[in-house]
Structure formats: structure tokens, C-alpha cells
Design a protein around this ligand. Structure first.
Ligand code: FES
Length: 214
């Protein structure tokens, strides 16, 4: 049975109404569907299509184009290991292998207990903290195989996991609701920019460098 109830329909409408062109709300609406059902179901896609005056094919065209959307149920936590060159050479491949071995799953699979889905992801623009692991879209910086496995063990045991630069790990579905624009008030947990990200700014300040606009 679909979990797209009256409350969800009202929230989908609320998102569409944020924009001058309601169809601009399509992507956050898909995030809301994922927060409710854990993926973009056929029923969810049909509901969104009807609300926006789109075809189901148009909605699914977006849901299948972007890797952040699931078309099938997944794990409580989405684990993404950056596989792009910088993270890979800094140890990302070893982190991926350790996580894959620990969970007994490969890219695109979900652990039998339903706790974790694993994927290789492309550059997360966090190269200054390479190698990075994403946990429900939160950055886990400077990963090592040992640290990554410990984090998964802690989550499996119900222990708190706090990223250095983000909010405490809850679940992928809870984060999906935030991505839909329903804030949980936790955006300011942790620091927003780490020291490596600020080095360029600091060097410019020390040398009196300023940007020029023409
Ligand atoms: S290469 Fe991994 S975050 Fe950029």
C-alpha cells in the first residue's frame, strides 16, 4: 500500500507553491517522496505528475537521471564512498573495499539486515578532506578503512555518530526530508567549514590579496 497520504499530498503541494513555476519544485518533491517511502514509488511519481501537470514519464525521467534518487527501497543508511581520482589515490579505494567486505555487499546493494546501502560516488567537492565517505549525504572526512568500519559498527549498535562538519547521523529518510526543504533545526550542528577549506582565504588575508571585479 502506498504511504502517500493526505499529509504528504499537502506537503507536496506546499513545495510546489514555493516556486513561481510549480514544476520547479519537482526535485524537492522527489526528496519528500523518498523521506516518506524510502524511494520514488510508481504511486509517488503519479501523485507528483498529477500535481504538476506533468506526465509520469517526465517525473521518472528526472528520478532516474539523478543518482540521488532511488527507484527501489534501500537501507536505513546510504553509504557513499568517493571513487573519483583524488579520493581514490588518497585511500578511497581501500575504504570502499573495507566497507564492502565488512557489509558483504557491493556497489548498488543493500545489506541483509536493511541497515546499509553501499555505492561508489563521484567527487563530492570535499577533496580537501580526501578520502571522504558520505553517510546519508553528511561528510565523513579523512576516512580510513578502520574508521569507516568503526562508524558502521557504531551505527549498527545504535551508538551516536557525529560527523566533524555536520549534523548527527540519523537516517537517510530523515535527511531526505531536510533536502525537501523541511528543516529540522540541526543545520548548525558541527562546523560549516574546516581548516583545510579556509587555508586559501587565510593566505589571501595575510597577503592583503583582494578579488577584482571589472
Ligand atoms: S575527489 Fe573525492 S571529494 Fe573530490
Amino acid at each position: 500500500m502506498s504511504a502517500i497520504d493526505e499529509r504528504t499530498m499537502a506537503e507536496l503541494q506546499e513545495i510546489a507553491q514555493r516556486y513561481p513555476q510549480p514544476r520547479s519544485g519537482l526535485m524537492p518533491m522527489l526528496h519528500l517522496l523518498q523521506s516518506v517511502e524510502g524511494y520514488v514509488s510508481d504511486a509517488g511519481a503519479e501523485a507528483v505528475a498529477e500535481l504538476l501537470g506533468l506526465t509520469v514519464a517526465q517525473v521518472l525521467g528526472v528520478a532516474t537521471f539523478y543518482t540521488q534518487y532511488r527507484r527501489q527501497p534501500g537501507g536505513k543508511h546510504q553509504v557513499g564512498i568517493c571513487a573519483t581520482a583524488l579520493c581514490a589515490v588518497m585511500g578511497g579505494d581501500a575504504v570502499y573495499q573495507a566497507v564492502s567486505d565488512h557489509l558483504g555487499i557491493e556497489d548498488g546493494q543493500t545489506s541483509e539486515d536493511g541497515l546499509f546501502s553501499l555505492e561508489r560516488v563521484e567527487c563530492n567537492a570535499a577533496c580537501d578532506f580526501a578520502p571522504v565517505m558520505m553517510l546519508n549525504w553528511e561528510f565523513m572526512d579523512n576516512m580510513t578503512p578502520e574508521k569507516a568500519v568503526k562508524i558502521l559498527e557504531d551505527l549498527a549498535a545504535g551508538r551516536e555518530v557525529q560527523p566533524r562538519r555536520g549534523a548527527k547521523i540519523t537516517s537517510w529518510q530523515e535527511n531526505e526530508r531536510v533536502l525537501a526543504g523541511f528543516y529540522d533545526g540541526r543545520a548548525d550542528e558541527g562546523i560549516s567549514a574546516g581548516e583545510p577549506s579556509l587555508r586559501g582565504k587565510k593566505a589571501a588575508e595575510e597577503r592583503g590579496w583582494k578579488g577584482e571585479s571589472k
